[in-house]
Design a protein around this ligand. Structure first.
Ligand SMILES: [Cu+2]
Length: 630
């Protein structure tokens, strides 16, 4: 292993020679459109081979690294590995040859679906230089995968050299040809060649179909098309995947062994879906508005800028802060990001016209609050609607709630008075691309939204089509600026409704600015120790939970009384109301990931003390809001 790493390191030291490891094939990014093998008389024959290859996740011209990768025998190695895609009822014969010197290849997932018996069969072990054959039948439609290790890893710990030994298995239902779907395989990799020891963002690489943004494939659809994606998280971390500008339906979920397809009424409608380690999903959405849109993981570390593989870059956030950055979308993001371009046959839409009658006008001031430091500044949003500007603030603050009305056009001019560029994303709002807040990317053609430079401003215009709970937050240098305070609740009410804080309660969950605090707690409405809420017995209260932390994708919310978990009714997710049949009253326990909002209805049965708790997935308490019921 040491000698292989040394060889790879030497290759990286000579990236300009154009002769990196001449004895190794280059890995091709696998876009999942070509099924591997030969299908004849209901039998698919595939010859897989694992061998060392040169992988260039940041594009062909960037440095690469030597990794073991799967390929079809006689073809270039691919990341992700060759796609096994067959009609239901196919028998699959796979031979796996291990051309990785010295290391035994252990390969999982090459087995029947459905599983016969409770557990997956033993993995296949292939000695160096050896080949073995597997035969199995695929009798259940779904999205599955196989994965291998040459380092003796378990799935959850595959982050090192062998972490890209994975491939998708898709079983299509009988009958008509499969719809034109796309397969997006998520992978992560530890850059053992460069990076900054001790800083995770400096050395972790995140890829979709073997490439890291902005070198991921750009998907293109026409307005009104249906986008159908199979997303596979074959990586050793969780990813809350967020779609800008549109809701998507979850058509099925799986774990690699089984796959559950949902009936129409049971398909979740979301803008963010947490993908646990090893999960697959089938999702669909209809791009109704033209322009550029993002589908990305909402953990800032998973799309933060990083230098190409193997190059050291100690100041990870400097690029986004300085004036050197010319395009936020291309230079300020990396990793787990997919760009979608939606074309319109009728030319660019007029969009939300500036002179539309009855438009409500707001200014959103982005200001530096007193008390921060250069490394950890305090930035605050302040809302200004007529009259004099709100007075300056000090200390760490979260954004004030912005309360809008469904169907009422609004203009929000973001005024940047901080010393660094910024931009605001209206998370979950269905709006025109240009106003979506991804500087250098939102928009269409050559009309792209600029980053908001210091002392500059940007007018966002939209007409919220849906009442619910949304988020507004910075989409520039997210780890730094969100922690500085640039995130808030965006609530859209039905026409005629009034926001009554006595029964309508926002719980905004963010990360503390202070790193030590961030390791053990979250802020609830901007505070480590928020004041008690006053509820009334027998009265329904709507509580709007928002997770816009920078590093807590696995928060579990709980409502407790006398130590016992109480009951509540989940009524909306990501701003979309749940269908009436799914608004069931149940145990007051709800996961919420980054970029998700969840609305619950709480009707306290009697006077007394209750607690709203934010916990980790394993139960560690992160924050509490006391509730006094009268
Ligand atoms: Cu992620």
């Amino acid at each position: 292993m040491r000698s292989r790493l040394l060889a790879a390191a030497l290759t990286v030291l000579l990236p300009m020679s154009g002769r990196s490891a001449p004895d190794l094939d280059r890995v091709l990014p696998n876009d999942g459109r070509r099924p591997a093998g030969t299908l004849r008389d209901g039998v698919l024959t595939v010859h897989l081979e694992a061998r060392p290859a040169m992988w260039h996740p940041d594009g062909d011209d960037a440095p690469g690294a030597e990794v073991p990768a799967f390929g079809e025998r006689g073809r270039a190695p691919e990341i992700p590995g060759p796609l096994i895609r067959v009609p239901v009822g196919t028998e699959v014969v796979v031979t796996v040859r291990n051309a990785v010197p010295r290391d035994t290849l252990v390969i999982h997932g090459l087995h029947a679906r459905p599983l016969r018996g409770a557990a997956a069969p033993d993995p296949l072990r292939v000695a160096p230089g050896a080949a073995r054959e597997m035969r199995f039948r695929l009798d259940t439609p779904g999205t599955y995968y196989y994965w291998g290790t040459t380092m003796g890893r378990v799935f959850q710990h595959r982050t090192r050299e062998d972490a890209q030994l994975s491939g998708a298995i898709v079983v299509d239902p009988p009958g008509s040809p499969p719809p034109a779907d796309r397969i997006l395989v998520i992978g992560i990799w530890t850059d053992t060649l460069g990076g900054v020891p001790g800083t995770r963002s400096g050395r972790m690489l995140f890829v979709v179909n073997g490439r890291s943004w902005p070198h991921t494939e750009r998907l293109t659809y026409g307005v009104g098309d249906t986008a159908r994606w199979r997303v596979l998280n074959i990586s050793a971390d969780v990813h809350p995947m967020h779609l800008h500008g549109f809701y998507f339906r979850i058509d099925s979920r799986g774990d690699g062994r089984g796959d559950t397809t949902y009936a129409d009424g049971d398909r979740d409608l979301v803008v963010t879906q947490l993908m646990p380690v090893g999960q697959t999903m089938r999702m669909s959405w209809v791009p109704e508005r033209p322009g550029n849109w993002l589908f990305h993981c909402h953990i800032p570390e998973h799309f933060a800028p990083r230098r190409p593989l193997g190059l050291r870059f100690p100041e990870m956030h400097g690029a986004a802060r300085g004036h050197a950055e010319t395009n936020h979308a291309l230079e300020g993001m990396n990793g787990l990001v997919i760009g979608v371009t939606v074309t319109s046959g009728a030319g660019a839409a007029a969009g939300d016209a500036p002179e539309r009658d009855g438009r409500r006008r707001l200014r959103l001031l982005v200001r530096e609050n007193a008390g921060g430091t250069a490394d950890a500044p305090y930035y605050g949003f302040a809302l200004h609607e007529g009259g004099t500007e709100p007075p300056p603030e000090s200390g760490h603050r979260v954004g004030p709630p912005i309360v809008l009305t469904r169907g009422q056009p609004v203009s929000i001019t973001v005024v940047n008075r901080t010393p660094e560029p910024t931009a605001v994303h209206w998370h979950g709002i269905e709006l025109e691309s240009y106003f979506d807040g991804v500087a250098g990317f939102s928009g269409a053609g050559t009309r792209l939204a600029p980053v908001i430079a210091p002392a500059d401003s940007f007018e966002a215009r939209f007409t919220p089509p849906r009442a619910g709970t949304f988020i507004y937050h910075t989409h520039v240098d997210e780890i730094r600026q969100q922690r500085a305070g640039l995130a808030g609740a965006l609530v859209v009410l039905e026409p005629g409704a009034r926001f009554d804080p006595a029964t309508d309660v926002i719980v905004l969950i963010t990360s503390p600015s202070d790193s030590a605090d961030a390791t053990r707690a979250v802020l609830l409405n901007g505070s480590l120790a928020p004041p008690p809420l006053a509820f009334r017995a027998g009265v329904p209260h709507r509580v709007r939970f928002i997770n816009i932390t920078t590093g807590r994708p696995g928060i579990r919310l709980e409502l407790r009384r006398d130590g016992e978990v109480s009951k509540w009714r989940v009524v909306a997710k990501d701003g979309a109301d749940l269908p009436a049949a799914r608004r069931r009253t149940g145990a007051a326990r709800q996961p919420i990931s980054i970029g998700e909002t969840v609305d619950v209805e709480i009707t306290p049965p009697a006077a007394g003390a209750m607690r709203l708790e934010a916990r980790t997935a394993t139960g560690v308490l992160l924050g509490v809001i006391p509730i006094l019921v009268r």
